[in-house]
Write a protein that binds this ligand. Structure first.
Ligand code: B12
Length: 433
C-alpha cells in the first residue's frame, strides 16, 4: 500500500518535472481570462464585411474555451460561400489547408463544403494544389508558396487522413537551410507548423515503416532544437509574432525536450503582458496566438465536440471606436532602394500626422514624387503586402521581396501596422530571402 503511494507520488512529481510537464498547468487562470476575451473580441470586431472571410480567425475562435455560437456560425457560412466561389481559382495551397482546418474545427465536413447550391471537396482540391507545389519545386527548386504553407498542407492532409505518403512528407520537411530560413533568419513560424504536421503523421498514421518513423523523429528533433535555440531570456521564441505557434509546437513535442528546456508559463505570461499594449491588434496576430493562450493546438481540431460548446461570449453591439482629435505632425526620412541589382536608391523627407503607419508614409511619398516612390501592394490576411516599387516586382521563383526596415533593422510588422516615429529613417529595400 505504502509502496504504491510512493510510486504514485514519484510518478506525479516526474510528470510535473517532465519536459512540457510544467505545461500541464500552462493555461490562463480565471484572473487572466479577461485578457483572452479581449483578444477574441478584437478578432470578432475586426471582421469586415468587404474583406474576404479569414479561416485563421474562425479556427482560433473554435479552439477557444468561450464561444459566441451565432458569430461562429455566421463566419462558417461566409467562409463556405467564399470557398465555393474562389478556392479553385484563387486560393494558395496554404489557404485551402487553413480552410480545411477551420471547417473541421467547426464540425463541418471539408470534403463537402456547400453554399449557393454548389459543393466542393476541399481535401481533393488540396491534394491537387499540393501536387502543383511539388511540381514547382521539381522545376524551379522553390515551391509556389513557401515551406510554412507546405507544412500547413501536410498538417491538413494528415488530419483528414488523406492519401499522403508519410515517407514523401517527411522527405519534404527534412532539415534544409532553404526551407526554414527566410532572409538569413531561422523561421520559427515555419518550423513550428512543420513540427505540428509531423507529430500528426507520427500519431495518426499507424504502422509507419521503421525507416520513416526514424526520419520523422530526426526531423522533429532538429526542428525542436532550432526552435528552442531561438528562445530569448524573457520567454519570447523567435519574435513575439512567432511565439504563439512555437508554443503549440513545443507543447506537442515534450518528449523531444530535455527537462527544463522550456518554461511554458514564463512564455505564456510574456504573451499575456503584450495583450494590453495592443501587440496583437492585427487579427491575424491575434488568431495565431489565441490557441496557445487556451493551451490548445491545431492538432486538437479533430477532437472538438461542437454540440458541447457553451454559448458564453456575449458581445456588445457597439464596436469600440477610437477618439478623433487632430494629432500634430512628425517628419521621417523614407528611402526606396534596389538592394539586389543596385539600380536605384532614392530618399525623401515626408511629413505625416503623429500615429501614422508606414503605409501612410509610402502614400505621401508616392503623391509627392510618383516617378521614384510609386508602389503596388496586394491585400493579404495580414494587411497590405508590398509587391513592387518603381515598377520592380517581387518574384517568388527568384526569392525576391520588398523588405521593410527602420533605422537599418528589419521590422517585425507590416506597412499597414507599423506606427512610425518622429525622425525615424524608414526604408523599403528589394532583397532576397
Ligand atoms: C513566408 C513568409 C514571408 C515571405 C512571403 C513570400 C513567400 N515566399 O511566401 C517573405 C520572406 C517574402 C515575407 C516577407 C515579410 N514578412 Co513574412 N511571413 C511569412 C510566413 C513565414 C508565412 C506566410 C504564409 O504563407 N502564410 C500562410 C498563407 C496561407 O497565408 P497568406 O496570408 O495568404 O500568406 C501571404 C501573406 O501572409 C504574405 N505575407 C508574408 N509575410 C507578410 C507580412 C506582412 C506584414 C503582410 C502584410 C503580408 C505577408 O505572403 C504570404 C504568401 O503569399 C509568416 C509566418 C506567420 N506566422 O504567418 C511570416 C510573417 C507573416 N511575416 C512577417 C513580416 C513582419 C514580414 C515583413 C514585413 C518583414 C520585413 N521586415 O520586411 C515582410 C513583408 C514586407 C512587404 N513586402 O510588405 C510577420 C508579420 C507579423 C506582423 N505582426 O505583421 C510574420 C508573422 C513572421 C513573424 N513572426 O515575424 N514573409
Amino acid at each position: 500500500m505504502r509502496t504504491t503511494l510512493v510510486i504514485t507520488l514519484v510518478g506525479l512529481l516526474l510528470l510535473y518535472l517532465a519536459p512540457g510537464g510544467l505545461c500541464q498547468g500552462c493555461a490562463v487562470n480565471e484572473a487572466e481570462r479577461p485578457l483572452v476575451r479581449d483578444v477574441q473580441k478584437k478578432m470578432i470586431y475586426s471582421v469586415n464585411a468587404s474583406a474576404p472571410p479569414n479561416p485563421s480567425i474562425l479556427l482560433a475562435l473554435r479552439l477557444a474555451q468561450e464561444h459566441n455560437k451565432r458569430i461562429e456560425q455566421d463566419m462558417l457560412n461566409k467562409l463556405s460561400q467564399d470557398t465555393v466561389e474562389r478556392a479553385v481559382a484563387s486560393f494558395s495551397s496554404g489557404q485551402v489547408a487553413l480552410n480545411i482546418l477551420a471547417q473541421q474545427a467547426s464540425c463541418s465536413d471539408p470534403r463537402r463544403v456547400s453554399a449557393n447550391n454548389s459543393t466542393i471537396n476541399l481535401v481533393r482540391l488540396l491534394e491537387q494544389k499540393f501536387k502543383a507545389e511539388l511540381h514547382n519545386i521539381a522545376i524551379h527548386g522553390n515551391p509556389l508558396t513557401n515551406f510554412y504553407q507546405l507544412s500547413l498542407d501536410v498538417l491538413a492532409l494528415c488530419q483528414l487522413n488523406s492519401h499522403l505518403s508519410p515517407a514523401n512528407a517527411s522527405a519534404l520537411l527534412s532539415p534544409d537551410h532553404k526551407k526554414y530560413y527566410l532572409g538569413g533568419q531561422f523561421s520559427v513560424d515555419t518550423a513550428a507548423v512543420a513540427v505540428l504536421a509531423q507529430i500528426c503523421l507520427q500519431t495518426r498514421r499507424q504502422h509507419l515503416p521503421l525507416k520513416v518513423y526514424k526520419k520523422i523523429r530526426q526531423n522533429v528533433q532538429w526542428l525542436v532544437d532550432k526552435i528552442l535555440a531561438e528562445k530569448r531570456r524573457d520567454g519570447v521564441i523567435g519574435n513575439i509574432y512567432s511565439t504563439g505557434l512555437a508554443m503549440q509546437a513545443l507543447s506537442v513535442s515534450s518528449s523531444y525536450q530535455k527537462p527544463g528546456a522550456w518554461n511554458c508559463l514564463q512564455t505564456l505570461h510574456r504573451v499575456l503582458d503584450e495583450i494590453p499594449q495592443g501587440t496583437f491588434k492585427n487579427p491575424m496576430a491575434a488568431s495565431q496566438v489565441l490557441p496557445s493562450l487556451e493551451n490548445r493546438t491545431y492538432l486538437d481540431v479533430s477532437r472538438l465536440n461542437c454540440s458541447m460548446d457553451p454559448d458564453n461570449l456575449p458581445l456588445s453591439t457597439a464596436r469600440p471606436t477610437s477618439p478623433t482629435r487632430r494629432p500634430p505632425s512628425i517628419r521621417v526620412t523614407y528611402t526606396v532602394a534596389d538592394g539586389v541589382n543596385k539600380t536605384f536608391n532614392d530618399s525623401i523627407s515626408v511629413t505625416v500626422p503623429q500615429g501614422s503607419v508606414f503605409f501612410k508614409v509610402m502614400e505621401v511619398a508616392q503623391d509627392k514624387d510618383p516617378s521614384k516612390f510609386s508602389f503596388t501592394y496586394t491585400q493579404s490576411s495580414w494587411g497590405p503586402y508590398i509587391t513592387s516599387v518603381q515598377g520592380l516586382q517581387a518574384d517568388n521563383n527568384h526569392r525576391t521581396y520588398w523588405q521593410l526596415l527602420s533605422n537599418g533593422s528589419p521590422l517585425s510588422q507590416g506597412a499597414g501596422d507599423y506606427v512610425v516615429s518622429n525622425g525615424e529613417k524608414l526604408e523599403v529595400k528589394f532583397s532576397v530571402y
